[in-house]
Design a protein around this ligand. Structure first.
Ligand SMILES: [Zn+2]
Length: 57
């Protein structure tokens, strides 16, 4: 796997945020931005990896 620790953290935090919000609306992204330092950058990176992971983000 080529996932770095930041990205793994981001995936875990993302999933935890889904226990609060079940979609990707503004409130979800606000929460994610509060928790992660570089949520926009990590989201971009995750999108690039998502074809490998077979997940939809
Ligand atoms: Zn999600």
């Amino acid at each position: 796997m080529m996932l770095d620790v930041d990205l793994i953290d981001y995936v875990i935090i993302h999933e935890l945020c889904h226990t609060i919000y079940f979609d990707h609306q503004k409130e979800f992204k606000n929460l994610l931005n509060r928790i992660t330092k570089n949520s926009a950058g990590l989201n971009k990176k995750l999108k690039e990896m998502s074809f490998v992971l077979k997940i939809e983000y």
